[in-house]
Design a protein around this ligand. Structure first.
Ligand code: FAD
Ligand code: DLZ
Ligand code: SF4
Length: 509
């Protein structure tokens, strides 16, 4: 019988992933490889690398227990070829194989590398998602605007989640207006479930320390789930302890609470330890049983079958150049403060510190703090994209790039968002307790100590006036600007430029 190789990548750790379904357990060899290239094509956070390598090792053991032959390469094996394609070629020679069965990777870079190989590679669609590529293309076809909200309704109808016949539960598709509450620092809430590393994880931690210890980010303490069993426990914990208030405090930020009511399930979901439907069904059940209000359950389900599926659809629809788009022509280099350089801006400092410590920041920190600042300051979106791809444990290009390039930076020219997500310091002040401990004053619009978001907000609007003043959702802001007196406008722009000069010169801001 001819042996074929079955490729399982570090984010394809699902027992019925397409490649394994297509393979023959009695004849084919599963190839899993820890390789330097994947760890360093961007400088991934050490916690992220450790999560992936430990979960890969646990998954390989589960496959062997299930009767598969697994050719597993560890990062420090002497004959490690250093790349996924190099490892496939080495294993092909070893097993006299010329065919590879693979599940389509979540990044154009790897898809192209596999397609260019001198082996016959059968790429099967990754169907661990609610929406297939074909279904997304059909939905997008002929539409002038690809708005997530309409896509989401289709996904609700398709899955039947929170549906009563063909109507949405509670007679509304979206309960977001109930989800904008700031949080109290003294509110009691559970932490996400944390796991003590076992021997396999400890070995991986030592290895990652040795090989990638120079990357930005703290490796220890390491507490992520690394098996499906653990990830299921994390889901259960979230559903029982945190979901109830998820909606209310979804947009809130607190200095001393990194996780609030967020689920921290994206790392597990994105490497295949959990499936989107099992998470959503569990959330729906909590609502049906009266344990979670409708705004929490609907809000959560919308993120998973709405935003997450929509982002994937956009990434594959738009093609390999998408992550490099730069419609606003922003060219400023990513400032050192994103890598932990000192800053007096408390919101940025906290978001970056927790990113360094946990390889995690929640959505509003990514969008309205680090993302908002980058957009206002005109930072090159490709550099920013590489930063987000590096530093978060849940970051894989299919989901990270549309969030960064599209939603956060408007660098796709408005495919994902109908307007740029920009705000002055007001929004951050309303939704967080950062401003009280900041070196700047959020109430000051100009002058010594004025919040940089307040200055840069107007700088952004004026430098992109041609593009945005006719956008009906932004017209009001231009009217406000035009009503300001001339001297004030000149002061704002001069101070914003001074701030940008100092940022560009590498001075502490
Ligand atoms: P929760 O707040 O508990 O949300 C529940 C789930 O909904 C998440 O686990 C996630 O699977 C899904 N979700 C929520 N929002 C989004 C979204 N906008 N896009 C896709 N899925 C979503 N998410 C990633 O999974 N990987 C990324 O690399 C990533 N990069 C981002 C970059 C930027 C600039 C921004 C603004 C957002 C990014 N997101 C990314 C989306 C979102 O911030 C994370 O999914 C979320 O913070 C994960 O934490 P959580 O599991 O606690 O989420
Ligand atoms: C992110 C990552 C890392 C750090 N290391 C590996 C690895 O050693 N082996 C592997 O198979 N996959 C790894 N991955 C995940 C891949 O980068 C991921 O499959 C692609 O980016 C496509 O999403
Ligand atoms: Fe951030 Fe401005 Fe508030 Fe400081 S004052 S924390 S810079 S929003």
């Amino acid at each position: 019988m001819v042996t074929r190789l079955v490729l399982v990548l570090g984010d394809q750790l699902t027992p019925d992933v397409a490649a394994l379904r297509e393979a023959d357990k009695s004849a084919d060899v599963v190839v899993m490889a820890e390789v330097a290239d994947e760890g360093s094509y961007v400088p991934h956070h050490p916690k992220k690398i450790a999560l992936i390598l430990s979960a890969m090792r646990h998954f390989a053991d589960e496959l062997r227990d299930d009767g598969w032959t697994v050719a597993y390469t560890k990062l420090d094996d002497d004959d490690n070829a250093g790349s996924i394609t190099g490892e496939l070629l080495r294993r092909a020679e070893e097993h006299d194989a010329s065919e590879v069965i693979a599940t389509r990777p979540g990044e154009w870079r790897l898809i192209e590398a596999l397609e260019d190989m001198p082996l016959t590679v059968h790429l099967h669609e990754d169907d661990r998602f609610v929406c297939s590529h074909k279904e997304f293309e059909d939905w997008a076809e002929g539409r002038k605007e690809l708005r997530m909200e309409y896509f989401y309704r289709q996904m609700r109808r398709k899955t039947g989640l929170m549906m009563e016949g063909d109507k949405p539960a509670g007679d509304k598709w979206n309960f977001d207006h109930d989800n904008r509450k700031p949080a109290d620092a003294d509110m009691l809430r559970s932490k996400p479930m944390q796991f003590t590393p076992d021997d396999i994880t400890e070995d991986v931690l030592d290895l990652v320390e040795k090989r990638f210890g120079n990357h930005f980010g703290e490796l220890r303490p390491f507490w992520f789930a690394v098996t499906r069993g653990q990830a299921r426990r994390a889901l259960d914990h979230f559903a029982r302890e945190l979901l109830e208030c998820f909606g209310d405090y979804q947009d809130a930020m607190l200095r001393d609470d990194k996780f609030l009511h967020h689920s921290i399930l994206s790392p597990y979901l994105n490497i295949g330890l959990l499936s989107p439907l099992e998470i959503c069904e569990r959330v729906e059940k909590e609502w049906q049983d009266g344990n979670a209000p409708i705004n929490a359950a609907e809000g959560y389900i919308r993120q998973v079958i709405g935003w997450r599926e929509y982002m994937r659809g956009i990434y594959f629809l738009e093609g390999p150049d998408y992550p490099r788009r730069n419609q606003l022509k922003h060219q400023r280099a990513l400032p050192d403060l994103y890598w932990g350089g000192d800053t007096g801006m408390e919101c940025l400092k906290r978001a970056v510190e927790q990113t360094r410590d946990e390889a995690y920041a929640h959505h509003i920190q990514r969008l309205m703090v680090t993302g908002n600042f980058a957009l206002l300051a005109g930072i090159n979106p490709t550099e920013l994209h590489e930063w987000y791809l590096s530093v978060y444990a849940d970051a894989f290009e299919w989901v990270e790039a549309p969030n960064t390039v599209g939603m956060s930076q408007f660098a796709d020219g408005g495919i994902v968002g109908s307007k740029p997500y920009v705000s002055s310091g007001n929004y951050i002040d309303k939704m967080s307790d950062y401003c009280g401990s900041c070196a700047y004053s959020v109430k000051k619009k100009t002058g010594q100590g004025a919040c940089p978001f307040n200055l840069l907000y107007w700088h952004f609007l004026t430098r992109h006036r041609d593009r945005f003043e006719k956008n009906p959702r932004m017209a009001q802001m231009y009217r406000t600007w035009d009503r300001m007196d001339q001297d004030k406008r000149e002061t704002v722009i001069a101070e914003a430029e001074d701030f940008l000069d100092r940022l560009g010169n590498g001075e502490k801001v």
